[in-house]
Design a protein around this ligand. Structure first.
Ligand SMILES: NC(=O)c1ccc[n+]([C@@H]2O[C@H](COP(=O)([O-])OP(=O)(O)OC[C@H]3O[C@@H](n4cnc5c(N)ncnc54)[C@H](O)[C@@H]3O)[C@@H](O)[C@H]2O)c1
Length: 335
């Protein structure tokens, strides 16, 4: 199949594109190479993809550029679109709200239009566990209400889910929305805790620990997440055919569902930092700070639906996942 991966130079997009190339798909990578974090890391991921071989084409394009997307679709129409490009990050949305509206609303809308015009077999859309917002019930199940976002990031992602539902209904566009839970691993994002902590500890600087470390996150290893996504690509939702063995989110009026992708074993932030210290063989100087606005005390994925659909559950423990990141980080920094 020809699969468009938006955000292919991003953390998850790079891993997914590698996997799809290895499976023999033609991958069209699209990324605007935004300056949200160091674009040199994005360029290095692309170089790694080029080196991996296979049928890979990269297009530097912002999703807001509808004419550019249409030209590309005329040349290389997709069979499947995996839409990962987005303005991510919870904290950045406090200072740069418009970036979220541009990428996550306008950009997502343009992707929906391209998917509709190209008649794709399956559109897969990356949403986030942040949409559960203030949900106090754990684990977070897809059937729980997710109507109280705590950040604009979460609000734009939830809006994307809703827009995709309307398109799935109106145009019969089979769509799976993923809710990813804190993804980590090699080639990870410099704005996320693992990268920042490792960078600071290596440099002998203190690390900032929000809510005094009294937070739990369902850290999900990137290779596990990619495995789950790859298994869902050939499983577009079909109206009237819900999953067996789980409460499905299949829409009653559209070929559309939402699926959590998370490890399902939340870890206390303090324990996560212990694992980083162990992997680095160095101790952290911890600066304990209060909770940040927009943060939630806990995330915890119910992965029953993912298992019912794919027979797969993420399985990499935090200890080996953190070690893999540290090994990659040290090799990357000493290139
Ligand atoms: N990493 C996580 O823990 C996590 C958790 C939940 C959801 N997600 C979602 O998964 C997806 C991938 O996340 P990631 O961690 O790989 O992030 P990332 O920032 O590494 O990758 C996103 C890529 O999209 C590109 N991009 C952003 N806006 C664009 C635009 N308007 N046009 C074209 N390209 C644009 C960026 O240049 C970047 O390379 C995102 O949708 C994110 O919201 C990630």
């Amino acid at each position: 199949m020809r699969i468009w991966v938006t955000g292919a130079a991003g953390f998850i997009g790079h891993h997914l594109a590698r996997r799809l190339l290895a499976e023999g798909h033609a991958v069209v990578g699209i990324d605007g190479m935004t300056a949200y974090y160091d674009p040199r890391l994005k360029a290095a991921r692309l170089a790694d993809l080029e080196a991996a071989g296979g049928d890979f084409a990269f297009h530097r394009l912002m999703l807001e550029d509808m004419a550019g997307l249409q030209r590309l679709a005329a040349e290389a129409a997709p069979d499947v679109v995996v839409h990962l490009a987005a303005q991510a990050g919870v904290r950045y949305s406090l200072e740069h709200p418009r970036a979220y509206v541009d990428s996550n609303l306008t950009g997502a809308f343009n992707v929906l239009e391209i998917a509709r015009l190209s008649g794709v077999r399956h559109l897969l859309f990356a949403s986030t566990s942040s949409v559960y917002g203030a949900n106090p019930k754990v684990p977070f199940a897809e059937t729980d209400a997710a109507d109280h976002p705590m950040t604009l990031y979460a609000a734009t992602k939830k809006s994307g889910e809703l827009m995709s539902h309307a398109y799935a209904h109106l145009w019969g566009l089979p769509t799976t929305c993923f809710r990813f839970f804190t993804v980590y691993g090699p080639w990870g994002r410099p704005d996320m805790a693992l990268y920042r902590f490792v960078e600071s500890i290596e440099a002998g600087r203190p690390i900032e620990v929000y809510n005094r470390g009294e937070m739990r996150r369902d850290f999900t290893y990137v290779a596990d997440l990619v495995e789950a996504v790859a298994r869902l690509i050939p499983r577009p939702p079909e109206q009237g055919r819900p999953a067996e063995g789980a409460a499905d989110t299949l829409s009653p009026v559209a070929p559309w569902r939402v699926v959590n992708i998370g490890f399902g074993q939340p870890v206390r932030l303090t324990e996560f930092i212990d694992e980083i210290e162990r992997a680095l063989g160095r101790s952290a100087q911890r600066t304990l700070l209060p909770m940040q606005p927009g943060d939630v005390p806990q995330t915890f994925a119910d992965s029953t639906l993912l298992f019912a659909l794919t027979g797969y559950r993420p399985s990499t423990p935090v200890r080996s996942g953190v070690q893999a990141f540290v090994d990659w980080y040290r090799a990357y920094m000493s290139r």
